[in-house]
Design a protein around this ligand. Structure first.
Ligand code: AQP
Length: 331
């Protein structure tokens, strides 16, 4: 049996990296596995970023993240969609896993090192982030985790945690595998400085209007080899080339690639040719998001049902875990 789990942080507007790298796969796997596809808005994880210490904003972002996932095609009638803090067992299992995980292993996590290096005082929660993530996944005994490539190291740690628990207390958890969207392993940020990421502010939002997207695309860096319009370029070294592969039809991609390599088109032409695909992809999602906004109960109702469905599975796992660990039972 396949069981899918993945989470998304309510730390800012859902962007095209999230969409192509993860959410599209959530939708596809949801259609395939129904209620065995479990998706979570991970608000407890969001708290590891000090920018999330704004109660009203966290609530709003949690609502928005749910709404965008639904607008992108996740059907909460068909899958399980819920908020992490609504199922307390995540924290409980996370604690048990914390006791099994060497600090040194956590200190080696690339994402931890990157984020910690920017902070004067590092919250312990940032170090524990991947342990809680392991609990998120294993609480549902998920074996399939749709994520971007940036999460690969954390999924490896999840397998390690599962192995360690199983070796210590007896076979309980699967060793889950990540699945990636092949064309969107690591969508680059619009600044050309690495991965698109909410916390880096280098995003194109799924709900952003076309004019605002164009204002970001127009000045975006391209292949540095193209100093003049007559210089040939390499679209594989250009983030606009990467975006074409996500948004454009085959015919446009061929035109853009040939045009760039032969200097037949300029970078501004290439950027203009990107916009129809962006519009074709994002506007239907934006229309569905507007409709969901008008239906005030849609998100809340979905999350309430999702929390009940998630809790039912989580409680079964915790009952088994508590027995295996040997926690004293009353009656
Ligand atoms: N650029 C990306 N390309 C492909 N996949 C991506 N994901 C995130 N960025 C890209 C995947 O989206 C899912 C949700 O991840 P997240 O909520 O951690 O997204 P984020 O934008 O990376 O958020 P933050 O708050 O800014 O976090 P950090 O600073 O940790 O990057 C995941 O499956 C992720 O792989």
């Amino acid at each position: 049996m396949t069981r899918v789990f993945s989470g998304i942080q309510p730390t800012g507007d859902i962007h095209i990296g999230n969409y192509f790298g993860a959410v599209q796969n959530y939708v596809k796997l949801g259609q395939q596995f129904g209620k065995d596809a479990i998706y979570c808005i991970v608000d407890l994880h969001a708290l590891t970023n000090p920018a999330a210490y704004d109660p009203a904003l966290l609530t709003q972002r949690t609502h928005e993240a749910t709404l965008v996932n639904m607008a992108a095609g996740l059907d909460p009638e068909n899958v399980i969609l819920f908020v992490q803090s609504h199922v307390r067992d995540h924290v409980e299992l996370g604690w048990i896993f914390t006791t099994l995980t060497p600090v040194g292993e956590l200190e080696r996590m690339t994402q931890y090192k990157d984020k910690a290096s920017t902070l004067e005082s590092v919250p312990a929660g940032l170090l524990m982030y991947p342990v809680l993530q392991a609990a998120d996944i294993l609480l549902y005994k998920a074996d399939t985790v749709p994520v971007g490539e940036d999460q690969e190291q954390h999924i490896e740690l999840t397998r390690e945690v599962a192995r360690r628990f199983n070796n210590t207390f007896g076979a309980t958890f699967p060793e889950p595998k990540s699945v990636h969207a092949k064309n969107a392993l690591r969508v680059p940020g619009i600044d050309g400085q690495g991965k698109m990421s909410k916390s880096k502010g280098n995003t194109i939002g799924v709900l952003e209007d076309m004019e605002s997207i164009w204002q970001k695309v127009r000045p975006a860096p391209t292949d540095p080899a193209r100093v003049r319009r007559s210089d040939p370029g390499d679209p594989d070294k250009c983030l606009i080339g990467d975006y074409h592969k996500l948004f454009s039809d085959d015919e446009t991609i061929v035109k853009v690639y040939e045009g760039c390599r032969t200097a037949g088109i300029g970078c501004v032409d290439c950027k203009k040719m990107l916009m129809p695909g962006v519009e074709r992809t994002l506007v239907p999602i934006q229309d569905r998001a507007s409709a969901l906004r008008r239906d005030s109960d849609a998100v809340r109702g979905a999350l309430e049902r999702g929390a009940n469905e998630a809790r039912a599975i989580a409680e079964r796992t915790m009952s088994e875990v508590n027995d295996k660990v040997g926690f004293y039972r009353l009656g």
